[in-house]
Structures are given as C-alpha cells and as structure tokens.
Design a protein. Structure first.
Ligand code: BG6
Length: 490
C-alpha cells in the first residue's frame, strides 16, 4: 500500500446530493482525524456559476446538517473549507476543462483523484475531456459512482469508454456497502476463526438469508428510481456484493485482486433462474399507501415527482443458488425493499440441526445455531446457541440464547467510520480491495439481466404491499416452500 501523499481530490457533480450528503461530510471526518494528507486540495466542480466563497458557504450549511453534532467544530471546518476551491464546469465547455487543467498543472506534483459523482452517462465525456486537456497522469485515480449502467451492455459500454483513458488499476468503482464495518468484519470472522472456517459449507449450513430493508421511500429521486427499480438499485450491487463476500472461498491473501478473484467466482457460479422457475424463486412488489407508527405513507405512485402509474418494483425477493461444491443445495434467500417496516440490513447464516436429537422432540424445530451479522441499524455479530432453561423443576428444556457482540457497546471508545469516509481514505491510500472490479459488475449484471428479461411477460406479477410492512406476503412463499420463514420479521 502506498503512503498517502498530498492529493488533489477533484469532485464532478460537487453540488449534487451525494457530494453534499456524503462526500464533503466524509472529507470533513477525515480532516477531523487528520487523515487528509498535508497539502491536499479539494476541487469542487459543478455547472452552477458561483464562486468559491459561495460554494464554501453551501458546504458549511450542509456539513451542519450531515455531520454528527459532537464531531462538528469550527477549527476543523476552517481547515477543511480552506482546502476547497470551486470551479464552474459544464461538460460541453472546453474552456472550463482548460481552466481545470491550468489549475491542476500548478500543482503538478500532487496525486490526483477524479471523483465522478455524476450520472454514469457522463463518465465517458468527462474522461475524454480530461484526456484532451492533459489532466490524466499515469498515477491519477478515478472513482466511479454507481449505478454503472442499466444492464450488462450499457455497463460494459461505460467501462469501455472510461477504460480508454484509465487502466483497471486506476479505476475505483464504488459500492458503499463495502465500506461498512460489518462487511469487513465478515472477512475477519470467516477467515480468522477456525470455528467458522471449518463449518462454512453445505455440510453444516442449511440456508442463508440476506435482507436489506429500507424504511425510506424514494426520497425525491422518483425519476431516477423509476427507470432503475430495486433490482438495479440494490440487488445488482449491494446485495450481490454481500452474497459474494459470504459465499467466496478464502482468498490467498488480502490483496485486492485475490479477494476480487474469489468474489467473481461466486458471481459466475450463481445459477440462472429460468422463466418457469421465477414463479417459485422471484417475487417483485411495489408499495401501496400504508403507515408506520408515526404517519401515513403515500404509495410509490403518489410520491413526490411521480409521473403516471408505474410498474417499477420497489421490492424484490429471490431464492438464489450457487452452483459449486461449497454451496450445493444451500439456498440463499435475498430480499430488499423500500418503505419496509424498519431499516434493517442483516445476514443470517442458518446452521444445520444435529443429526440425532436427544432432547424434547417438540423442541427439535428450534434447535439450530444461527449466526447473525447486523449491518444496520446497529453493527454487530451475534450467535444463537441452545442452552438449558434454568431451574430444577423440568427435564432439560433447551432455549435459544444469544451471544451478542454489539460493536457500539463493545468498542464504545472507538468511533466506527462511515462507509464513504473509509472508501475515500482507501482511494487516497491506493488500495482497491473495497472497490468493485469490472468483471464483478459484469457477472452481476448478467445474472440480474437474465432475471429481469422475463419481467415484461404478461405472467409477471407485481405484488402490492402496504408501505411500512415487510413486503408482499407472496415473498413468504419462496422461503415457505422450503418449510422455512424469514428470520425476525414477525
Ligand atoms: C443506494 C441506493 O446505493 O443505497 C439507495 O441508490 C439506497 O436507493 C441506499 O437507499 C441505501 O444505502 P444505506 O447505506 O442507507 O443502506
């Protein structure tokens, strides 16, 4: 890993939602912890005709909203804002790129990181203009935000365009789930603990559940989301990345390519789901109006910005299978939805039951171990084990007991960094292991495209579910068919 050197971080789309809510606040957090290399600058680029003072003021207002109160202080703010410079940049105006080039040339020894926080359709144009204006150096890096394309074909086209100017070693494709603490802990848990290492296969695991439930709806992004849907927005990237990390074989070491080689193998081995299998393996839903404990919630088609009646899915559940020795016969139940009952991201590894059960036969059903990896709202790991119910009255009655490791409580003196903060820091250090390689994205698209190609058929059904619920009741079928139920949403 390279030692961080003075860096120019050049953000395209610097007035957008992502920049204001995540990138600038993450840079603030790095600044606060003195992790931005000495002499680093932050060049913020957007179309609006404002100056640096106005941009700094906007950034200051948004930092007040998006940084935790106890982290905000004037001294850090001043240090961060003094690094920020704003340049107006319209992608079609050559003089704007020339001005950027002149600015960068004045600091030619700085490491350069271009952060494309714009829609992916502009990535090719920006790359071409950067090249024409001599902004691209052999050592610069480029960060690409998701969603990268609409399907495999468009994703490959974007990768081809960017790939004309940047090598794969220079490209950092963001999936912010890879920056979450528990995701990294998954590597530690799996590969540093022999107790799990030896059990992590079809001999010992009966099934795996991965749930990414969001309580929020579309949050003013209807026109983007309506073209994407939950499959492209959450499954193709975040959910399949979690699945790949759970299912991959041990990498030879922690280098980016060793880890990514193993993830690619899993994505390649995902069993395609044919049209006839979809009825039992895929459920799509869209939220109707409903309520949470606090308020009435509108239907997807009545959200702000909605245009007409849409059939875009806001919920997907899939019974996936991985065709290899480790996972033969072990279903992976995946589900993700917007406007669900609560924000909850968790991975549950269900271990098989004992082959011969010596306790009360009525208790056989409850007697298995579950490893629960929680990503949100709280990060932690817990293991459900069976213990004896205390007391002298009864024969041995067993009861599930939780061995709980809550990161916030256990490591209360250590702050857990935000995903973008960690990812930005890794780009500065030049470490690609938390970023997605081109072939990973493309295999993920292939699997998703194959499922979605059947959705235009008349027999494809979009099930309505009330906002604030656990999704369409039909999503229970894909797990109930295997005589199981989703964990924890009763
Ligand atoms: C983004 C999606 O990638 O992830 C959003 O585009 C989604 O639609 C968000 O809400 C969820 O991220 P998190 O970290 O809040 O689970």
């Amino acid at each position: 890993m390279n030692k961080p050197t003075a860096t120019d971080i050049i953000i395209f789309g610097a007035l957008g939602d992502l920049s204001q809510r995540k990138l600038i606040p993450s840079l603030y957090d790095l600044e606060k912890d003195h992790l931005l290399p000495h002499g680093s600058r932050i060049l913020c680029l957007a179309r609006q005709d404002i100056d640096t003072a106005q941009y700094r003021q906007t950034a200051r207002e948004n930092l007040a909203l998006h940084v935790e109160n106890d982290r905000l202080d004037e001294e850090t703010l001043a240090r961060l804002l003094s690094r920020i410079e704003y340049l107006t940049l319209d992608f079609n105006t050559d003089q704007h790129f020339q001005a950027l080039s002149t600015n960068l040339a004045k600091h030619s020894t700085q490491q350069r990181i271009f952060y494309f926080a714009t829609a992916a359709e502009f990535f090719g144009t920006i790359s071409t203009k950067l090249s024409e204006n001599n902004c691209i150096t052999d050592t610069c890096r480029v960060v690409l935000e998701k969603p990268l394309g609409f399907d495999r074909e468009s994703s490959s086209a974007i990768n081809d365009q960017v790939g004309q100017y940047f090598t794969e070693q220079q490209i950092y494709r963001i999936d912010h789930y890879l920056g979450k603490e528990t995701v990294q802990n998954l590597l530690a848990l799996r590969f540093a603990n022999p107790i799990f290492g030896t059990q992590w296969n079809q001999n010992h695991i009966s099934h795996v559940e991965i749930t990414i439930a969001e309580s929020v709806g579309i949050e003013g992004r209807w026109s983007y989301f309506d073209k994407a849907g939950q499959m492209r927005d959450m499954v193709q990237n975040h959910l399949l990345q979690l699945l790949a990390l759970v299912a991959m074989d041990p990498p030879d070491d922690l280098s980016a390519d060793c880890i990514r080689d193993q993830k690619v193998k899993v994505l390649r081995q995902l069993k395609p789901i044919s049209a006839s299998e979809q009825k039992h393996a895929v459920v799509c839903g869209q939220y109707a109006s409903g309520n949470n404990d606090v308020q009435l919630l509108p239907s997807y088609n009545s959200e702000e910005g909605a245009e007409g009646t849409s059939n875009t899915e806001t919920f997907v559940a899939i019974r996936a299978e991985i065709q290899n020795w480790r996972w033969a016969g072990v279903p992976f139940y995946l589900r993700t939805g917007k406007r669900m009952k609560q924000k909850l991201t968790q991975i549950i590894i269900h271990f098989k039951q004992q082959p011969h059960f010596i306790f009360d036969p009525l208790q056989h059903g409850i007697a298995s171990n579950k490893l629960i990896l929680s990503l949100q709202p709280n990060e932690g790991v817990s293991l459900q084990v069976q213990t004896k119910s205390p007391g002298i009255n009864n024969d041995i009655q067993i009861q599930p007991t939780i061995l709980d490791l809550n990161f916030n409580k256990e490591f209360k003196d250590t702050r857990t960094p935000h995903a973008y903060e960690r990812l930005l820091f890794e780009v500065i250090k030049g470490n690609q292991y938390l970023f997605v390689r081109r072939d990973e994205i493309e295999h993920a698209w292939t699997w998703c495209d194959n499922i979605m190609q059947h959705w235009s058929h008349p027999e494809h059904v979009l099930h309505k579910y009330p906002a604030g619920s656990w999704g369409p009741t039909e999503s229970e079928i894909i797990i109930r068919n295997d005589k199981r139920q989703w964990f924890g949403d009763q």
